[in-house]
Design a protein around this ligand. Structure first.
Ligand code: SAM
Length: 402
């Protein structure tokens, strides 16, 4: 961390450049000894801004500490687009430099909402500046409005293709480019057919989701057929109960040990975008399927580790919660999971065989917690009639580490 005793100010600037800045912002820029920003942003400054202009190198992040150190005794102003604390450089600078003064400008998202007449509080916002387009999936629901911060000119077409492949080709897509600038422009049409060629890289995509398309609710217990699987899948009803026992909270890290098709880790991450998970799966084929399921269901950031527990658990980041869906009978798996958990950490383990149930019963006797058995039957045709088909009962042990 580099403190700047002379002062570090981040100034948000829009496509309307100098003319759109407040008096506070222009005063900060005029007073600065050095101004850092992209070439595009620096070009927006008039000649009377006399400070030395330094263009960001690419990639920026590795160079940032050195740049801050090099200018630590000078008054530094940093140019950022829109609101610097909204998916912007402001938050990054705050991590690298102690005191940062922030002068925000309306965000591109605020400008888009103003143009569209959308109440911002009812709109989901996603940045695809660095994230994969699949992160859009959990936000796509009939009739919902979404604003996407684009990475470049190709992002709108990626968004439209994802919507169309999900059956939401009837969504209305509006690409708003160079908001606030003299050359502001927009393109609108149905996701399936709108022409999204030749766009400006500075754009946001507004989506009004259509009514068709696959339903993927956010509550745990997605239909089993939402997953690609070879049968190694915690079934919907048991999965819903298991997720309730796991109790994901924003920011928590789950280890899903013996991930199978990945459904537990995937629904853990779908519960909140700040939830993180590592799926540990010994079969490379199944691990590849976990990755495919994670992308298709909107959580491409799921980390997949191909390996066998307990060995594969060594070196993973400390979990808040561990789920063991397979492998409780394997020597050292429960021991390693328990040892990895911090105080207050939670462990949930499922068993379907007598042998694995015996292991859970022994641990329950030793450590307490809750032991639950879930027996599910589904109605299905029996000849011309309907009868119950029982699925294998699942024993769930759930415990908090004291
Ligand atoms: C790194 S993010 C920063 C967001 C910024 N802090 C804000 O509040 O708007 C940059 C995103 O904003 C979009 N963007 C910035 N200025 C824009 C403008 N004038 N019109 C449309 N999109 C803009 C870019 O296309 C990109 O998706």
């Amino acid at each position: 961390m580099t403190d700047n005793p002379a002062g570090l100010t981040v100034v948000g600037i829009g496509a309307d450049g100098w003319a759109g800045l407040t008096g506070t912002a222009t005063a900060a820029l005029t007073a600065a000894d050095v101004i850092l920003g992209s070439d595009r942003q620096l070009a927006l400054l008039p000649p009377q801004v006399a400070g030395e202009r330094v263009a960001w190198p690419s990639p920026l992040l590795p160079a940032l500490p050195g740049l801050l150190e090099a200018h630590r005794d000078r008054r530094v102003a940093v140019l950022a687009s829109g609101d610097p604390m909204f998916h912007g450089i402001g938050a990054t600078l705050r991590r690298h430099a102690g005191q940062v003064r922030v002068i925000p400008h309306p965000s591109s998202v605020s400008l888009a909402a103003a143009r569209l007449g959308w109440p911002l509080a009812d709109v989901d916002v996603l940045s695809l500046v660095t994230a994969r387009v699949e992160e859009l999936h959990p936000l796509v629901h009939p009739g919902r409005r979404i604003l996407v911060l684009s990475r470049d000119a190709s992002t709108p077409a990626e968004v439209a293709a994802l919507l169309t492949s999900r059956g939401y080709g009837d969504s209305t897509v509006t690409v708003l480019s160079r908001l606030g600038g003299e050359d502001e422009a927009s393109v609108r049409g149905p996701a399936a057919t709108v022409d999204l060629t030749g766009l400006d890289p500075l754009n946001v995509v507004a989506i009004e989701c259509g009514r068709g398309g696959a339903r993927l609710p956010l509550t745990p217990g997605l239909p089993d057929d939402a997953y690609e699987s070879d049968g190694q899948l915690t079934k919907r009803e048991v999965r819903a109960v298991t997720l309730a026992m796991l109790g994901p909270q924003p920011g928590e890290l789950l280890w899903d040990v013996g991930a199978g098709s990945g459904s537990i880790a995937i629904e853990w991450m779908r519960s909140h975008r700040a939830c993180r998970a590592v799926a540990v799966e010994s079969s490379p084929e199944r691990a590849a399927r976990v990755e495919a399921n994670a992308a298709a269901l909107g959580v491409p950031k799921l980390e997949v580790v191909v390996g066998r527990a307990p060995g594969a658990l060594a070196g993973l980041s400390t979990p808040d919660v561990v789920f063991i869906g397979g492998g409780v009978t394997r020597d050292g798996v429960l021991e390693a999971a328990w040892a990895a958990l911090p105080e207050g950490g939670r462990l949930v383990a499922n068993a379907v065989t007598l042998e694995s149930e015996a292991v859970l019963a022994a641990w329950y006797a030793k450590l307490g917690g809750e032991l639950t058995r879930v027996a599910v039957s589904r109605a299905s045709p029996v000849g011309g009639f309907t009868g119950w088909r029982s699925m294998m009962p699942v024993t769930i042990w759930s415990v908090v580490k004291p």
